[in-house]
Ligand binder design. Structure first.
Ligand code: NDP
Length: 257
């Protein structure tokens, strides 16, 4: 048998947007995409953090720019895409990463908690994804990667709003994959378990809770942000050309248990 082409993970010449790229998982993903050759724009709500993140990535040889943009605001997202049109002229890769959590029991969740979490995690992905899809459909090429969570699949307490948002994301991944496949745009999700970032820092200070969490993984540990890079580059590159509508669990085996 003759293999006609081996897959490439090279992202040279690609333009990528990572929402919530100023820290944590988004920052690691931005670093990874830049390392594999993409030009990357990161967003968030805080200028200082974005400047610092872009400076650090550029010092490592990346080509990284930033723009303040709140994913919950249609106006901000509109302005972001005007900026992308002017600066990039195309958009090849979108990583819908910006997210947050308010951990409360069902009986304690306030309406404004629900709105904040759903607006950021679900409406944000819709607003940004819609703008990206319009451009990618015209280009007849693109990669959308939605950052979900194992909590979109498994039942854990304290996650009413968050689990609803992440379960919604998993469905959007499938629906968008169905709509965009004919335009050569793939849509996939990455669903981490607990990764060490500011979102999960409180677990590290509570050995008992941490023990319970890592015990649910097969690998008996939390994940590192760097461990999100390989799966992201796979979905962003030609190597995943026949994969769409899937959510991959980056969870040390948690959901296979
Ligand atoms: P962090 O809190 O470390 O980072 C969140 C990022 O999102 C920051 O850059 C933040 O910047 C940005 N952000 C938050 N709200 C908004 C907004 N309204 N508009 C634009 N940007 C925003 O979180 P993680 O890195 O841990 O999480 C990243 C993603 O991964 C999230 O979607 C999260 O749900 C998901 N995830 C994380 C897990 C974990 O264990 N850490 C597990 C499973 C999923 P700023 O505050 O400046 O806006």
């Amino acid at each position: 048998m003759q293999i006609t082409a081996y897959p490439s993970f090279d992202l040279a010449g690609k333009k990528a947007l990572v929402t919530g790229g100023s820290k944590g998982i988004g920052l690691a993903i931005a670093a990874g995409l830049a390392h594999y050759g993409a030009e990357v724009m990161i967003t968030g709500r805080h200028e200082e953090a974005l400047i610092e993140a872009a400076r650090a990535l550029n010092a490592e040889g990346g080509k990284v720019s930033w723009k303040i943009s709140d994913v919950t605001s249609k106006e901000d997202v509109g302005a972001l895409f005007k900026h992308i049109d002017a600066e990039f002229g195309q958009l090849d890769i979108l990583v819908n990463n910006a997210g947050m959590n308010i951990r409360k029991l069902l009986v304690e969740v306030e309406e404004e908690d629900w709105d904040r979490v759903l607006d950021t995690n679900l409406k944000g992905i819709f607003l940004v994804g819609q703008q990206a899809a319009k451009r990618m459909m015209e280009q007849k090429n693109g990669r959308i990667i939605n950052i979900s969570s194992i909590l979109g699949k498994v039942g854990n307490s304290l996650q009413t709003s968050y689990a609803a948002s992440k379960g919604g994301i998993d469905q959007l991944t499938k629906v968008w994959a169905a709509e965009l496949a004919e335009y050569n745009v793939t849509v996939n999700g990455l669903a981490p378990a607990y990764i060490k970032t500011s979102m999960t820092a409180h677990f590290l200070e509570d050995p008992e809770r941490l023990g319970k969490i890592v015990d649910r993984t097969m690998m008996k540990r939390m994940g590192e942000v760097e461990e999100m890079i390989g799966p992201t580059v796979f979905f962003a590159s030609d190597a995943s050309s026949y994969v769409t509508g899937q959510t991959l669990y980056i969870d040390g085996g948690w959901t296979a248990n």
